[in-house]
Design a protein around this ligand. Structure first.
Ligand SMILES: Nc1ncnc2c1ncn2[C@@H]1O[C@H](COP(=O)(O)OP(=O)(O)O)[C@@H](O)[C@H]1O
Ligand SMILES: [Mg+2]
Length: 566
């Protein structure tokens, strides 16, 4: 007797030692099971824990049981198993000899002896601790029962910690998931893609059989996506989804539907054998933008309070992400509309410029042609120095060609072509094109063009348009002193072009605005010229700068890099 007493004390202190050790909580419980089984000379020890939500008991730790049983063994509060009975009554139980009592139907009849005690903290039963024997002839007595109760008390604290740990773990995991959903939602800027992805994620995360979402655009409800894992027995057609979503859209809170809900849609759930459904509108700043619903099929567990909360949080996150996506789409659309308008306006302005130039040029071409025809007449009369006459004729013909080439180039509507170009040549051509205007407006042009200027790599049409716009602006800005200076030079790295005028200048308060599209101070201006200049300079790897003084004049400086590998 004394020996047994000592053994018991040893057992308790062994359990205490395990409890104070530094190992994982779940391993602690398994070690306790082993100690208990050995200490009570029994074959099996097992600890069932209670899932409060379902009332089910599952094995958390054990000794002497095959893995298959550990995994699959289930008891339910108040069922006819010993574990179920102890969990229900909160009373311990000793069985010696074969179990015959019909009260415990379902208990393995081969069990010869067992003790089963509840695991309690205060009045709360957390689970049941069992030791049992099938083969061994072990007779349990009251002392054994007390021993097991004492060990159950010790273990209860561990179990409580374990449960808290699990809860914390699942909360942390959920938070992490929500964080991921939030990052994902905010990175998707396409509303369709966003809703499809979120429908899929919430269906899967909330262990549902399907989900669908809709978008509300201009008071119209547009089905976006459906994600069905388990096909429904009957139908869940688009028409029905829309109807359902319209109902959901009227509200900002979650609608939790079950077949016995007092709601017209409950009929549908009964028909489709859907056990539960969560639906909610997606809103941002009080405006409903869409809706989402998920459901579970026949005989599936209902959504728990925590799951509803999780669904709500997802919907809140998605609401604001959806609002961003819609704003972005709207912005893109507006932008492309604006760009189109801008292009249209520019081709219109270009047409006006061309028409204006053409009328001047008709006159300009007349001059060389008159000279040529006079010279030809002279040649006919056989004058003394035919070489000189022919040289002059050639010059005039060349000039005519250049005028026409410049005009043709400007009227082209071709995609950008990059090639090596001579900036001086284009400047000369441009001035030639503008000559009629310069003459009629009495503008004096001063050209300081560096000889042997390196060629640059660029699009000659765009470069010509840059010069036309800058020169036109300069002409329009001139007042009393009517002079424009055009200069080119090279500093080794860059070709530098300066176009300066003696015009009215640009007030400092607007100098930052002049490159903006549609900014103009002229009554009949379009404000497109400089915005295009800026775009073309950039497209040709150049830079543009402006310096101006009111009533003195303005100077635009453009630099283009000299290509290195030439
Ligand atoms: N050389 C210049 N001298 C004075 N102001 C200028 C000059 N070039 C441009 N600006 C100012 O910049 C504005 C924008 O020019 P631009 O984009 O070519 O449009 P627009 O010529 O149709 O007004 C002009 O309205 C004018 O106020
Ligand atoms: Mg202009």
């Amino acid at each position: 007797m004394e020996e047994r007493e000592r053994e018991r004390k040893d057992l308790i202190s062994e359990v205490e030692e395990i409890l104070s050790s530094n190992i994982e909580l779940s391993d602690i419980l398994n070690q306790i099971m082993k100690t208990v089984a050995c200490g009570l000379k029994s074959e099996v020890a097992s600890l069932f824990l209670l899932d409060e939500e379902t009332g089910e008991l599952k094995i958390e730790a054990s000794y002497g049981l095959p893995e298959e049983i550990v995994k699959n063994a289930r008891a339910k509060i108040g069922d006819r198993s010993i574990t179920g009975w102890v969990a229900k009554t909160g009373q311990p139980l000793i069985l010696n000899g074969e179990v015959k009592n019909s009260q415990f139907n379902g208990v393995n009849p081969k069990i010869k002896s067992a003790i089963s005690v509840p695991l309690k903290i205060g009045n709360e039963t957390l689970g049941v601790l069992n030791v049992s024997n099938r083969e061994k002839n072990v007779i349990f007595n009251e002392d054994d029962l007390r021993l097991l109760l004492s060990i159950a008390n010790h273990s209860a604290a561990v179990v409580k910690s374990l449960k808290l740990q699990k809860l914390l773990f699942s909360r942390t995991k959920k938070l992490k998931i929500l964080h991921q959903i939030s990052s994902l939602a905010n990175s998707l800027l396409d509303s369709n893609q966003l809703l499809s992805k979120i429908t899929q994620i919430s269906t899967e995360l909330l262990l549902s059989d399907g989900g669908f979402s809709v978008l509300k655009k201009d008071e119209e409800i547009i089905p976006i996506s459906e994600y069905i894992i388990e096909p429904l027995p009957k139908r869940l057609d688009k028409e029905y989804m829309e109807k359902l979503c319209k109902k959901v859209m009227e509200r900002k809170d979650t609608l939790y539907l079950t077949p016995d809900s007092d709601h017209i849609i409950a009929d549908f759930l009964r028909e489709e054998e859907i056990s539960c459904m969560l639906c909610r509108g997606l809103e941002s700043k009080g405006k409903i933008l869409g809706g989402i619903a998920i459901f579970r099929g026949k005989e599936k567990k209902r959504y728990s309070e925590e799951e509803v909360l999780f669904f709500n949080t997802i919907c809140e996150i998605v609401g604001s992400a959806l609002s961003n996506a819609l704003l972005y789409e709207n912005l893109l659309e507006k932008h492309s509309q604006l760009e189109k308008a801008y292009r249209n306006l520019y081709s219109y302005e270009k047409l006006v410029t061309l028409a204006e130039l053409a009328s001047g040029i008709a006159h300009e071409i007349n001059n060389p042609l008159t000279v040529i025809s006079a010279l030809v007449d002279m040649a006919e009369m056989k004058i003394e120095k035919p070489e000189e006459v022919i040289k002059k004729i050639k010059e005039e013909v060349k000039r005519t060609f250049r005028i026409i080439t410049g005009l043709k180039r400007l009227s082209q509507q071709k995609p950008s072509v990059q090639k090596l170009i001579d900036v001086n040549e284009i400047l000369e051509d441009t001035i030639l094109l503008l000559k009629p205007k310069l003459l009629s407006q009495k503008v004096e042009i001063e050209k300081v063009l560096q000889e042997d200027l390196p060629k640059i790599y660029g699009d000659e049409v765009q470069i010509e348009e840059i010069f036309i716009n800058l020169l036109n602006n300069a002409i329009e800005a001139l007042e009393k002193v009517r002079r424009i200076r055009v200069e080119t030079k090279c500093d080794g790295e860059n070709v530098i072009i300066k176009i300066s005028d003696t015009g009215k200048g640009i007030p400092p308060e607007i100098i930052n605005d002049i490159f903006k599209p549609f900014y103009t101070t002229k009554p009949d201006g379009s404000g497109i010229g400089l915005s295009l200049v800026k775009e073309f300079v950039k497209a040709n790897s150049g830079k543009i700068d402006v310096k101006s003084e009111v009533n003195k004049g303005t100077e635009f400086t453009i630099t283009f890099p000299v290509p290195h590998n030439l």
